[in-house]
Design a protein around this ligand. Structure first.
Ligand SMILES: C[S@@+](CC[C@H](N)C(=O)[O-])C[C@H]1O[C@@H](n2cnc3c(N)ncnc32)[C@H](O)[C@@H]1O
Length: 200
C-alpha cells in the first residue's frame, strides 16, 4: 500500500486565492444542491430537528439550506472558509480539526472531505468519524484496484471497495444506500449512507 504522509492537510492548502477559486466552482456547479438530496434522504428517517454534524463544511453552502430544519453544527479547520460560511447563515460553525473533534449527533455527513486524508491515517480517521453518530452520509473515492493516494499538493485517496466495505462492517455499520456521483479513469466517487447495526 503506497503512503504519502508528508503532504499538507487540504484545509491548510485551501487558503486565499485558491479558496476564492474553489468557492466560485462550488457555487457555479451547484453541486451542494445534489449533495443535499442525499442528506435529505437520510434526514427523512429521523425525527424533527435532528442534530446534524457536517465535517469539512467549507464555506457553508449546505448549512444555509439546512439551518432552519435541523440543529446544525459545521466543523472545518479552515478559518477563511468559516468566515465565508458565517456570512451566509446563522448556522453554528466551529474551527477544529475533524481528526480530533468530538461531538454526538443524530446524523454526520461530509462531501469532498474524507478523500483528502492520507492512507496512513484513513482507517483510524474513519473509525473516529463513525463514532460521532449512528447515521452517516459521506462522499468517497473508490477503486477496484489497491487503495492509493494520488495527492500532489495534498492527499487524494482512492479506497479499494473491499477495504471500505470491510471497515464498515468492522465498525458495526450497515451500508444502507450507495449512489454513484461520477466515474473516471482512476475510479468512482460514491455517496454512501450508513446506519449503525442494531446490537443483538
Ligand atoms: C473540498 S472542500 C469541501 C467543502 C464542502 N464540504 C463542499 O462540499 O463544498 C474540503 C473541506 O474540508 C476541510 N478540511 C480539510 N482537512 C480538514 C481537517 N483536518 N479538519 C477539518 N476540516 C478539514 C477543508 O478546509 C475544506 O473546507
Amino acid at each position: 500500500m503506497e503512503m504519502t504522509p508528508a503532504l499538507p492537510d487540504f484545509s491548510e492548502w485551501l487558503r486565499g486565492d485558491r479558496l476564492a477559486a474553489e468557492e466560485k466552482i462550488w457555487l457555479e456547479g451547484e453541486h451542494y444542491e445534489w449533495n443535499l438530496v442525499h442528506v435529505r434522504k437520510a434526514l427523512a428517517a429521523l425525527g424533527s430537528r435532528p442534530k446534524v454534524l457536517e465535517l469539512g463544511c467549507g464555506t457553508g453552502n449546505m448549512a444555509r439550506s439546512l439551518v432552519d430544519e435541523v440543529e446544525y453544527l459545521g466543523v472545518d479547520k479552515n478559518p477563511e472558509a468559516l468566515e465565508m460560511a458565517r456570512a451566509k447563515s446563522s448556522a453554528m460553525f466551529l474551527e477544529d480539526d475533524l481528526r480530533h473533534f468530538s461531538a454526538t449527533a443524530d446524523l454526520c455527513y461530509s462531501f469532498a472531505v474524507l478523500k483528502h486524508f492520507g492512507l496512513h491515517e484513513w482507517d483510524s480517521l474513519f473509525a473516529h468519524v463513525l463514532s460521532l453518530a449512528p447515521n452517516h452520509v459521506h462522499q468517497l473515492q473508490v477503486t477496484n484496484g489497491e487503495s492509493f493516494d494520488d495527492g500532489v499538493n495534498w492527499h487524494s485517496v482512492w479506497l479499494n471497495k473491499t477495504h471500505l466495505l470491510d471497515l464498515i462492517s468492522k465498525y458495526n455499520f450497515i451500508l444502507n444506500d450507495c449512489a454513484l456521483a461520477w466515474s473516471g479513469a482512476k475510479g468512482e466517487e460514491w455517496v454512501i449512507q450508513l446506519q449503525q447495526a442494531v446490537q443483538a
